[in-house]
Design a protein around this ligand. Structure first.
Ligand code: XBP
Ligand code: MG
Length: 250
């Protein structure tokens, strides 16, 4: 039987919205300040820290690389967990202030897919409360998604394929029936290793990363009044990505 498009699976950070530089990063710094820890993650440093996915994992990586003396602290794991929780509280505050919009085309495509009966899911390394903090401040409600696979639900975070395999299992779908939307090399690797076809919407942090074998690499999904730019792959005639175009490259 001919495969047909049945589901769209979305990454969150960097894909649905630019949450890293002006969201998570700011909130991490606020959490450090509240705990009287003199760390400040600059925009450039944060690019290096994005090497490691997951907020707790990122703090741990930072300590190992830049503050090794900290490794001797008692209850380090608890301290990291507390910092992460505090950061998530500040992150929610930032989003509740409406500071981070969805990226171009995200709302339009998700709404079109929903109306067409295409199944929707999320696969992210971020913690679930952070996903909800974002969605609840947009017109795209959490219940649009059949599955929200988030955070520690699988122990091995991206670039491991586990989170995507988990979603496929929950949807009872084969990878050939889905499209994934990602913004980063790590996310792309995770999806690719799970056998999924991937569309990349790059952002400032990820535009120079390697996306060899991605089906399509664009600067964003585009809108009728805001054309996208294609970096690799077929060019949608309309200047934005919609279901008809997705079907045509499926
Ligand atoms: C997202 C991440 C996360 C967020 C913070 O990656 O790497 O670590 O920065 O998440 P992806 P927490 O977009 O590939 O899913 O909720 O763990 O703090
Ligand atoms: Mg991402």
């Amino acid at each position: 039987m001919h495969n047909h498009l049945q589901a769209l699976i979305f990454d969150v950070d960097g894909t649905l919205a630019d949450t890293e530089r002006d969201g998570h990063r700011i909130a991490f710094n606020q959490a450090f300040a509240e705990a009287d820890i003199p760390w400040n993650w600059s925009i450039d440093l944060y690019e290096k820290l994005l090497e490691v996915a997951g907020g707790k994992e990122r703090i741990c990586y930072y300590i190992e690389q830049y503050e090794p003396d900290f490794l001797a602290r008692e209850n380090l794991e608890n301290l990291i967990a507390d910092l992460h929780q505090s950061k998530n509280k500040y992150y929610r505050k930032l989003l509740d202030q409406g500071s981070i919009p969805l990226r171009p085309g995200v709302q339009r495509l998700i709404q079109e897919a929903k109306q067409a009966g295409i199944r929707l899911a999320i696969a992210t390394t971020s913690a679930l409360p952070n996903v909800l903090a974002l969605l609840e401040n947009t017109p795209i409600q959490p219940n649009y998604f059949e599955i929200i696979a988030a955070g520690d639900i699988v122990p091995a975070k991206k670039p491991a394929p586990d989170i995507y395999l988990y979603v496929l299992d929950k949807l009872s779908l084969n990878p050939e029936n889905c499209f994934v939307f990602e913004d980063s090399h790590h996310g792309f690797l995770a999806a690719k290793t799970a056998g999924l076809k991937t569309i990349i919407t790059v952002n400032d942090y990820t535009k120079n990363q390697d996306f060899t074998d991605a089906l399509l690499v664009v600067n964003h999904l585009g809108e009728p009044d805001q054309s996208l730019t294609v970096l690799t792959g077929d060019i949608p005639e309309k200047g934005y990505l919609d279901l008809a175009f997705l079907e045509s490259i499926f």
